[in-house]
Write a protein that binds this ligand. Sequence first.
Ligand code: NI
Length: 636
Amino acid sequence: MTDLIAPITATHPLDRLSEAETTRAVELVKASERFGGRMRFMSVDLGEPDKATVIGFGEGDSIDRCAAVVLFDGADGSTHEITVSITNGVATRWDRRTDVQPALVVDEFIESEAAIKADAGFHAAMAKRGITDMDLVTIDAWTAGNYGDPIESDHRIIRALVWVHDRPGDNHYARPIDGLMVIADLTDMTVLRIDDERVLPVPDESSEWASGHASETVRTDIKPLEIIQPEGPSFTVDGDRLRWQKWDLRVGWTSREGLVINTVTYTDGDDVRPVLYRASLAEMTVPYGDPSSTQARKNAFDVGEYGLGMLANSLALGCDCLGEIHYLDAHFTTADGTVVAIPQAICIHEEDVGISWKHTNVRHDQSEVRRLRRLVVSFIATVGNYEYGIYWHFYQDGRIENEIKLTGMLSTAALDTGEDTAYGTKLGEHVYGPNHQHFFCTRLDMAVDGFANSVVEVDTVAAPPEENPYGNAFRGQATVLSTEAQAKRRIDPNVARYWKVISNERTNRMGTPTGYKLMAGENCLPFATEDSSIRARAGYMWNHLWVTPFAPDERHPAGDYPNQSAGGEGLPAWTAQDRNVENTDLVVWYTMGHNHLPSLEDWPVMPVASIGFTLKPTGFFDASPAMDLPPSNHCH
Ligand code: NI
């Protein structure tokens, strides 16, 4: 392997892998005698350097560029985890596993759809429903989950669900072919079994959204609204480093998580103060709440089973952001290791978001107002029927906000004539949108004024009677969450609960620890039962807050390989150790749930639903950090 020279252009250890580096990593793996003819590249990502290397890095220091590669071997069903040094041209780790199923890759969607459409049994099942033109059939490759069926442990499979177009390019989600599931083997690309339980009428009502299909009626009473930045944006992009006013951060990317936010600091006077070391959407799960046999097994892990990074949109094709935009490209590898570019995958721009602060003193004829801006770093992924927009907002007042926008299509199901269901909402005579939830788990590797941090839960409580002569008094009640078991927490709006990550090394001018509080937005809990399959497989969903001591291999809250797993891995397993999380380098995991009982307005394309949380400075600064915002020169 050593004769291949690496094309290293990185200037920082956390720089995303270039296409050339990814190509070289693929070449190095393929050149190994361990590489087999039936091996597929499931992912090729930056082998992230350890923290000490990143923190100790000085400009011009040598960088060992590594790739983390996952292969699946169709010859024997094994999974291979490889670390390859691109710098040195050698594999430093090559582990073979037989107990896991990696995430699906795009080639498997395409090949399995073709295989199902070529299957005689599938043709027969479709013919029973009057469908003979396979070009009109669309198949969504739902991950199979784990329900104790031996087929799940003996094969790499999907449970495919079927829709049909009335004419090419129309909205197939209006025509679910429900009542059957196709279980296909992804190793041999064969149909293993068709669970054909119920023949339902093919819905005949169209519901279009795409231009050329939908009604051409558009609103005509809208005048132009232009965002003009005549001197360009206020941010600078230098490779993957992004600087905007006092914020300084690095953009990262993985095939699994998509956008990663690295090494966030805020310059306070002359002081460059760390806030976050690494943040990403680490897992998400969409459990369906409908008992029908086709819907009950819909439990997609959109990060760990599908890979948001591999499914990122090229924003070159739309108009997703406004203003002076800087795009960063991304790329992924196909099963044979070919590098495929995703032009303009990451959008960077700034937005005006109303006022930051204002005060009017009528007596002295004083009025001051300052407008607020935020820096937005975002990407959008399409996972089958749904779109997820992941937005990181950095504000001039020190806040960091994570917003997730949900849009796209409902994954529909079908009803018999005259039938109704309590487990979904009817969208037409024979079509309904099943009840489901979306859970997002964001991993926040915190670094509030350094790595020595603790997490404090603050509830607001009424004062005890002896301190409360007028009955009005209330105060914050702070509890340090010292161990992993103590730090498994849920939101409680009744006590205005928040969690604060504090520094154990730095205090503010009042002598209290500097900190950032995590403020919950919309949230809920799963409704699946204790003995459900998803309870074991996505255990992270049952707490909104988890805190763990930093461990480099603890990255994925439902385990490294949730696909077909029986569960128990990730956060529930790690935190069973009940390790100390006080005054240490810690990771905060915040889980938020969006409950979705569909409505007619969600159809045919769901208007954005938004969910998120805020990290807000709380005693981090000695006073408002927004006092130096300049007055606007555009108000009269
Ligand atoms: Ni939904």
